[in-house]
Design a protein around this ligand. Sequence first.
Ligand code: MIC
Ligand code: SF4
Length: 649
Amino acid sequence: MGKNIVEKIFGSHLAYGEMKAGTPVGLKVDQVYTQDATGTMAWLQFEAIGLDRVKVPLAVSYVDHNMMQSDYMNPDDHLFLQTVAARYGAYFSRPGNGICHQVHLEQFAAPGKIALGTDSHTPTGGGMGMIAIGVGGLDAATVMGGSPFEVTMPQVVKINLKGKLNRPWVTAMDVILEVLRRLTVKGGVGRIMEYGGPGVKDLNVTERATITNMGAELGATTSVFPSDKRTRFYLAAVGREGQWTELAADKGAKYAEVITIDLSAIEPMIARPHSPDNVVTVASLRGTKVDQVCIGSCTNSSYQSMKLVSSILKGNTVSERVNLLINPGSKQVYEMIAREGLTSDMIASGARMLEASCGPCIGMGGAPASGSVSVRSYNRNFKGRSGTKDAQVYLASPVSCAVFALRAEMVDPREAGLEIKAFKEPKKYLVNRSSLIPPKEDVSGVEVIKGPNIKEVPVREALKDSIDAEVLLKLGDNITTDDIMPAGSKVLPFRSNIPAISGFVFCNIDQCFSERANAAKAGGGGIIVGGENYGQGSSREHAAMAPMFLGVQAVIAKSFARIHRSNLINFGVIPFTFQRADDYGRIESGDRITLTGLHKAMDEGAVYAAQNTTKGFSFNLVSDLNSREKELIKKGGLLPYTREKASKG
Ligand code: MIC
Ligand code: SF4
């Protein structure tokens, strides 16, 4: 029987399980990478497992998120990440070297491999024909410790591309925005998007990477492209042709669904506030005023994006009404555009150049003014993520962004009367590894340095037999991890300090949440109730760890996003769903919920009897935990579980 690409890569990495959708499979992992905002916890957890060296062929510790150094906290984290990488055998990518996904694509991504990253946009590597999956820090730590990675075998959906993009005004960003328009932020849950069809050859690797990067917004486990001549061309251009292998789906390969997209019919698209799937054509918003434009992020910061943007800006002036910020994705891209004089064109037009990092994408500077309109070539426009609660954030291609910066309003880029130079993929990229420190063989004398803001990883006690807790907060659908555990320049520096960061849980929705949770601790703790797709967005395990630290016993939702569900389990918090969806409507904040006989219910199956003692009714909860997950929860989470396994040898 013909195999699809996912089956081929999973098959060659299978540690256990059967590749049957919906059942757990264990995978051997080739590469693991961390970034600073999630990496400090991941590495502390790796240390807590107690091993001497990472046990995967490649590990990389990146610094790209927490770049502001307004006090000691972020630089202390950087130093910890550098020394811990040196101590345990990982590469260290120095601050300023670039956004992890862009740098990884340039330096390490290779077809046919499996990579995990402690960031939800790790699927960027799918553009290179690899399976690259975003995970929580603890999952990454255990895999670096030698465990296989366990994931529920996703369904494989084929996105069949045909035709050619109407370049240069239509870009890969418009393709993924169109996919999001069709499938929504829940459309990829439990699935891998495998691209194929005759249109694939129209896209180069960095364009494919834009598409797989933002596939994260579909809730997909990952997205992947074939590895073909264009993959080889890119690898040769970055000096790694030897790592090329061909990868294509066999004839007769099976898919759960096939979705066809005609590239030639795609128009410039834009996501309106406050969700990446709120997509319309740019033309339909013609005339909407624009106050700020941000170009970059891991989605659109390649050399190609920068080159197209600079060609539009060249010889023009950014409107006096617009603030334009640009961050190239890597030091390599930055150096290359600087040497070609493109940075000068950007600067001359009035752009503000930022360093190669996440920057405004995660609210590390660049917040828009009150009530203003910001258009960004980024991947997320959740309310408040920019740092300004009432800002209206839109997402569009870097090309559309550059046009809006000059015109101060939205206009179909094809009708703006501006010039753009067609892009020709370079045969040779500039390669600069000066900020990539290789692993050390001799680690004697290497000391791991931890600043005073770096606190221990909290661990939950083993599962008790009952829960009797108060519903602290009831929420609607599509609650993001940015809602649960906000980021931004004020909160991110506490990523290594759970007691401190827990004070910010849900602070943009309910300022008193952490106080109420703390108060409820003595009386049995709290419960959170959510709607569909609870915990969508980032991989930050702080969105599970900090509520756990505040005494949250369980989350009851209509459904969960993949990474957040795993993170809750990893920290011993049971993700329950309602057996009857109607019961969601019968629960309010302040109600007391009790569950007894948890261990027995867990052993016997998936249904748990619950009581709403405030309103006096019974209802059933479901948890689709597999046997490993049940064990984890009983032990209090993945860390105690892994430690116990390691001590038993
Ligand atoms: C994001 O884009 O939300 C982040 C910040 O990169 C997160 C990781 C984090 O919260 O540190 C992600 O996407 O996983
Ligand atoms: Fe960084 Fe933004 Fe990409 Fe997250 S989405 S990794 S914050 S650039």
